[in-house]
Design a protein around this ligand. Structure first.
Ligand SMILES: [Zn+2]
Length: 496
């Protein structure tokens, strides 16, 4: 009867967000609370569906800590999370046959820029060499050498925008059971690709990145590889091993190596295409003034879901300066302004300084308007159907501008921030969407045009504008003219 230890630690950070995050951001589940993921589209939900279907599997749930995208995690908070998690794992590890660990891969903490590698290194010490550890990762994660040295297998998302959270858990759980029952020693081959990428070509349904991942799926479906994929890292997580990388897990080491080299060779020539194509803000406004609309201004640089603060007023300020006359709908995170509106009450006329309260690169703009609505900021994301908290929220109407002001960096990639506050984006001429990509079926489908705006911010798709200081160099596009000779490294510990 295989006993499987379950653990989960997931967050992604932007090193360029000046506001660090802490323990309070995390949702913590202990012991059997992890079972609340049953039926959900999460890695753990998928893994549980596999383990639950096996009559002879016994589960040992330990701890789950998941945080939304944010700035770097404070040192004390990381210690609190990792200490408790490792303590719980140590207490539960006796007699287990395998570990399933759900991760994201783009965490970063003060004093520990490879949190996942640290956890895996410590879990390996606890469980010993013979117990297989299989992890799940986001394709935006950063797999490090230390992580690879301590795991026996990995599965990674194959879709962007991500829809296969649970499927990744399903594949990981099946892989772990195979390793245990068939006493396998898979090889993990990886090829580091010195490139950071962004932009619409990464949308797996339509972009060239998707073509590569479909080839990877083919290898898996044909039974040649236990996992195959290409991780693109998170360009905003400035850590020493940030990169793109091809990863293949297979029983046949030569096959794994050859396949990983093949994926790296297919990826590299597309690095130019896989960059954000942005339009200058002033040019977009000038065009929008002469369009019927509605038009979308996608502000990827201030995408809270990628780890930005959400308090950029760059587009709002430029529209005001240009005296744009259409009806504008814009979300912003500004705790003092939301508090002021709450205090003033519905119907009150207030003047607030908007933006730049968190990320000081934005200079506040003065806006006078009427408080049209107040709420506690409860939302339900349209995409994932997950609840999200915007904190105290106010809708401020100032002439042709409707500004939804949040206290917390909720996610702004779908229509939930607007719909939950009685605003239908289709009623406006220009809608600001703070997201790495504009979801086609939510906005673009009915809009005249989506502009990918070149604005400053912690998660700009203009990777060269971010200011990396830690990641290994040379790295495309930070170093535009570099060459690349793919080299495969095999990880196989022959534990069994
Ligand atoms: Zn991701």
């Amino acid at each position: 009867m295989p006993r499987i230890l379950l653990a989960d630690c997931e967050q992604e950070i932007s090193s360029f967000n000046p506001v660090s995050c802490d323990y309070s951001y995390f949702s913590i589940k202990r012991g059997e609370e992890i079972y609340r993921d049953r039926g959900l589209n999460t890695q753990m939900g998928g893994a549980l569906s596999v383990f639950d279907a096996e009559k002879d599997v016994e589960l040992v749930p330990t701890m789950s800590a998941r945080g939304p995208s944010a700035g770097i995690l404070q040192k004390k908070s990381w210690k609190k999370i990792s200490d408790e998690m490792l303590d719980r794992i140590a207490k539960a590890a006796k007699g287990i046959d395998g570990v399933y660990f759900a991760m994201h891969g783009a965490m970063g903490a003060e004093g520990e820029l490879d949190p996942e590698g640290y956890l895996l290194q410590e879990v390996r010490k606890i469980v010993g060499e013979k117990i297989p550890i299989v992890i799940g990762l986001d394709l935006h994660g950063i797999m490090t050498d230390r992580m690879l040295k301590h795991i026996d297998g990995v599965t990674i998302y194959h879709t962007y925008p991500h829809v296969d959270f649970a499927d990744t858990g399903v594949r990981g759980a099946k892989m772990l059971l195979r390793i245990i029952r068939e006493r396998l020693n898979p090889v993990i081959a990886r090829v580091v690709i010195p490139a950071l990428v962004r932009g619409d070509e990464l949308i797996t349904k339509s972009g060239c990145y998707g073509d590569i991942l479909r080839e990877a799926r083919r290898l898996e479906n044909e039974g040649k590889a236990m996992f195959a994929g290409v991780m693109i890292g998170n360009p905003f997580t400035d850590v020493p091993e940030l990169c793109s990388q091809a990863i293949v897990v297979a029983e046949d080491g030569a096959l794994a190596e050859k396949a990983a080299l093949g994926f790296a060779e297919a990826f590299w020539p597309n690095r130019h295409r896989m960059q954000g194509k942005l339009i200058p803000l002033d040019a977009a406004i000038a065009q929008a003034k002469h369009m019927q609309g509605p038009v979308i201004f996608t502000d990827a640089a201030d995408a809270t879901s990628s780890g930005a603060t959400g308090d950029s007023n760059a587009i709002l300020a430029a529209l005001m300066k240009a005296k744009y006359q259409g009806r504008v709908l814009v979300p912003i995170v500004d705790p003092p302004a939301a508090a002021m509106a709450k205090k003033a009450g519905i119907g009150a006329k207030i003047t607030v300084e908007l933006g730049g309260t968190l990320d000081k690169r934005f200079k506040p703009v003065k806006v006078t308007g009427t408080v049209d609505m107040l709420s506690a900021g409860h939302m339900r994301l349209e995409t994932m159907r997950a609840p999200f908290e915007g904190g105290d929220t106010a809708v401020l109407v100032s002439g042709n501008y409707t500004i939804v002001i949040f206290s917390k960096p909720a996610y702004f990639f779908d229509r939930a921030p607007f719909l939950s506050h009685g605003r239908n984006p289709r009623d406006y001429d220009l809608i600001v969407v703070k997201s790495p990509h504009c979801e086609y079926h939510m906005f673009e489908e009915w809009a005249e045009k989506n502009f990918n705006i070149d604005a400053p911010g912690a998660t700009s798709a203009d990777i060269r504008s971010l200011g990396h200081t830690i990641c290994a160099r040379p790295m495309y596009p930070l170093d535009p003219d570099i060459g690349f000779k793919p080299k495969a490294v095999r990880y196989n510990t022959k534990r069994r």
